[in-house]
Write a protein that binds this ligand. Structure first.
Ligand code: C2E
Ligand code: MG
Ligand code: MG
Ligand code: MG
Length: 275
């Protein structure tokens, strides 16, 4: 009896595994096809100066409208792409698209803001990543100051020596580097001092937990103070209420990003929103 149960469990498990494997195989093929057919689009979410209300930048966020399944969020395919060797293709695609968008915007507007692009840890451990970025900028005739790169701490420490080099090269050319999702996961303060960065983005989980009284927010307060000490600008992610915005401003946070200002918008709507 027990043996039969055991076999039954085994069979179900095995069928599940097979189903999952073929699901994943299919997703991999679909990502490649979507890249080739330009089914990935970038949307742009503003980063706002809390002091002046100016738009300092737009973060490029990838969007995928699947032909049969509709919208698929980045959280559903970026981690998968990272595990399955497809993230390099996505990184380069997103960079090229963002630089092309900057080129187009610059043809029509005196663009006073940067575009910030998320890249994977893999990108930062490729020896020629910075060179490739700089070459893409040159080909599009886009000055480096219009581009920013967002990288997570986890990605930086995957290959510390290479990441340090990459950061240095990018920043020497004038590309800004933002540390994304600060305070989550592998936070190690010692690395903050070692890597030369421009901006620290406080993860939205900290903003979501903010208390109404300013003195009841010691963690956010300390992160902002830390950034100042390190000569970094601070952006708060996930600002959803005017209270959060006000508190952050009073705590000396430089900029905010979140639904309270705007969600990520298609390029044309981002420009309308600016006006
Ligand atoms: P992230 O880089 O930290 O991006 C911020 C995420 O928070 C975005 O989700 C954005 O839509 C969302 N968000 C913005 N404001 C608010 C708010 O007020 N409240 C809440 N609850 N959420 C807000 P999204 O676009 O789904 O992206 C999720 C993650 O996927 C990103 O986190 C980033 O790690 C990754 N990702 C997105 N686009 C790309 C890309 O082009 N390349 C790579 N490698 N990763 C990407
Ligand atoms: Mg980001
Ligand atoms: Mg983030
Ligand atoms: Mg994130």
């Amino acid at each position: 009896q027990a043996k039969q149960d055991g076999r039954g469990v085994y069979r179900i498990y095995s069928a599940d595994m097979q189903a999952q494997e073929s699901q994943e195989f299919k997703l991999g093929l679909e990502i490649k096809a979507a890249l080739a057919q330009h089914h990935f689009k970038l949307h742009y979410q503003p980063i706002i100066c809390l002091e002046t209300d100016d738009t300092l930048g737009f973060e490029a966020l990838i969007r995928w409208t699947h032909q049969t399944q509709g919208a698929i969020t980045p959280d559903q395919f970026i981690p998968f792409a990272e595990k399955n060797g497809l993230i390099g293709l996505i990184d380069h695609y997103v960079l090229s698209q963002s630089i092309e968008q900057i080129r187009l915007w610059r043809q029509n507007y005196a663009m006073p803001f940067y575009v910030s692009v998320n890249v994977s840890g893999l990108a930062f451990s490729e020896p020629d990543f910075a060179t490739a970025v700089i070459q893409k900028l040159a080909e599009a005739d886009v000055p480096a100051r219009y581009l920013a790169i967002e990288i997570t701490e986890r990605a930086l420490i995957e290959n510390i020596e290479q990441a340090r080099l990459c950061l240095k090269q990018l920043r020497q050319h004038g590309v800004k580097v933002l540390l994304d999702d600060f305070g989550t996961g592998y936070s190690s303060l010692s690395y903050l001092n070692e890597f030369k960065l421009d901006v620290l983005k406080i993860d939205r989980s900290f903003i979501a937990n903010m208390k109404p009284r300013i003195q009841d927010n010691p963690v956010v307060n300390t992160v902002i103070a830390l950034a100042k000490t390190l000569n970094l600008k601070v952006v708060a992610e996930g600002v959803e209420t005017s209270l959060q915005r006000q508190l952050l401003k009073e705590l000396g946070c430089d900029a905010g990003q979140g639904y309270w200002f705007a969600k990520a918008l298609p390029a044309a709507d981002a420009i309308k929103w600016l006006r």
